[in-house]
Structures are given as C-alpha cells and as structure tokens.
Design a protein around this ligand. Structure first.
Ligand SMILES: [Cu+2]
Length: 133
C-alpha cells in the first residue's frame, strides 16, 4: 500500500491518541484563580477536609474521583443536622451534581465557619469545613 493512502489513517490515529492523552483542563478558562483548592476523592472525602481563607476569597472544589459528588451547604438539603453549618447571615449554596473532572467555585463574603457535605455520600459522612477569617 503506497504511503499516500496510509497518510489519512496515520493522521486520524495521531489525532485520536492526542485527544486521548490530553486531559481536559478542569477549570473553565474564564474562572478566576482560587485561593484554596479542595479535591473530591474516590474514598468519599473532601481533601483537605478543612481550609482557611480570608473574607472575600474563593474556594475551588475539583472532582478528581470517578464518581459524582456535590458541595452542599444548605440545611434544607441535609438529612442530618450535623452535615451543615452556616455563619449568621450567610447564604446557603449548592454545587449540584459534579461529574468526574468537573469543578465548582464559591466566594465567601461572610466570615465564620461553614460545614458542608456531599448529598449522595451524606451517610458516609463526606463533609468538609471552610473557615473564613
Ligand atoms: Cu460524595
């Protein structure tokens, strides 16, 4: 078979391998840089489970696992009272379902201690804390 007829095949194979090996950049290009990053893991944990930031700073959660998670600080969506704590005057927030490689950012404008959880893994105590100083 002459090389000329092989070339489109080789090109296609090269593109396929390129697409397969290039991992997508999880954060949208227009997302502001986060002040703290928390990973959501296959062991049903937020890592680190506690982050400290200053008022007005942003936390980014990255689902680095193979399963969907949420970042939920809304008492109305919790079954257990200990899953959520919001400082006085802070608005509840919820990421919705985050598939593998998806990210979520939240900017904290009210100081205090926030406890949040993951809706599908509330029973496994998948919880985290953000301390806004
Ligand atoms: Cu989870």
């Amino acid at each position: 078979m002459p090389f000329r007829s092989l070339f489109p095949l080789l090109l296609a194979a090269g593109l396929a391998v390129g697409a397969w090996t290039t991992s997508p950049d999880a954060a949208p290009p227009d997302a502001p840089a986060a002040d703290a990053v928390v990973e959501m893991t296959n062991t049903l944990a937020f890592t680190p489970d506690t982050v400290r930031i200053a008022t007005g700073e942003t936390v980014e959660w990255r689902n680095t696992s193979l399963i969907a998670h949420t970042v939920t600080a809304d008492p109305e969506q919790a079954t257990l009272a200990e899953s959520v704590h919001l400082p006085e005057g802070a608005e509840p927030f919820d990421s919705g379902m985050l598939d593998p490689e998806q990210t979520f950012q939240h900017t904290f404008t009210t100081p205090g201690t926030y406890r949040y959880f993951c809706i599908p893994h509330e029973g496994a105590e998948m919880r985290g804390t953000v301390i806004v100083e």
